[in-house]
Design a binder for this molecule. Sequence first.
Ligand SMILES: [Mg+2]
Length: 281
Amino acid sequence: MATIVRSEKLSSIALFLDVDGTLLEIAAAPQSVSVSGELRERLRTLSLGGGAIALVSGRAITDLDALFAPLTLPSAGLHGFERRSAAGVYRRRTPPSAAALEAAREAMSHLARAHPGLFVEDKHFALALHYRGAPQLEDTVVAAMKGIATNLEGELELQRGKMVVEMRPAGATKAEAVAAFLAEAPFAGRLPVFIGDDLTDEPAFELVNRLNGLSAVVSAARPSAARARLPDVAAVHGWLAELQAEPAAALRRLSAREQAATACHDSLPPAARGSRLRSQA
Ligand SMILES: [Mg+2]
């Protein structure tokens, strides 16, 4: 069912944006991306123009700040583990123990050394194993990471993504971060809009759906709880430009896409839907 957008002004929405795969094209390595002046200016103008905008990313907040500098936005990092409010207040969940992080680091580094094309990204409170350089190793990587996660239960948990398997602090989700933003100014009382591309974004899509907000997945075809679909990063940039120029039209367009996204999801045979969802879990 399509959400009815009641208000049509920028000041009526709380906009939550994932970064990699949503605002930025995914690069061969996380450190090789950059933010264009145009995107930075767009986000700054939208924020100054009455928009409530937060970044909700798997990157650490320090990493987001470095990427978007000199712009600093309200941000959630490491999949909701840490959050900086619009007032600049920083909070994080209880970190995993140093022993758990060291055990994960050691096991993942060992795996990466054994297989050319793999590399470990150390995000301090989370660790990611990227296999973009060796996609044929997906099954090996996932099986090994599941083994590592089993020994660290309660401290770190597995998060799959695009060509990456991550050990992130247990219990944190992007939905939790979005809910926390929505309890505070300037996000409180606004229509939540969440745009993301990956599996870590699904809990946030579900939350926004429950709140009758707008959820959009950046993908042409991936099954998702999101009710709308933007095919690629360029489409996100186009939508943000439209949001700046004509907020009412942009919100209607995202809302009107909902039925198309649902139809696309429903057109998959139930068996394929289930197994694809399971294989991504
Ligand atoms: Mg992403």
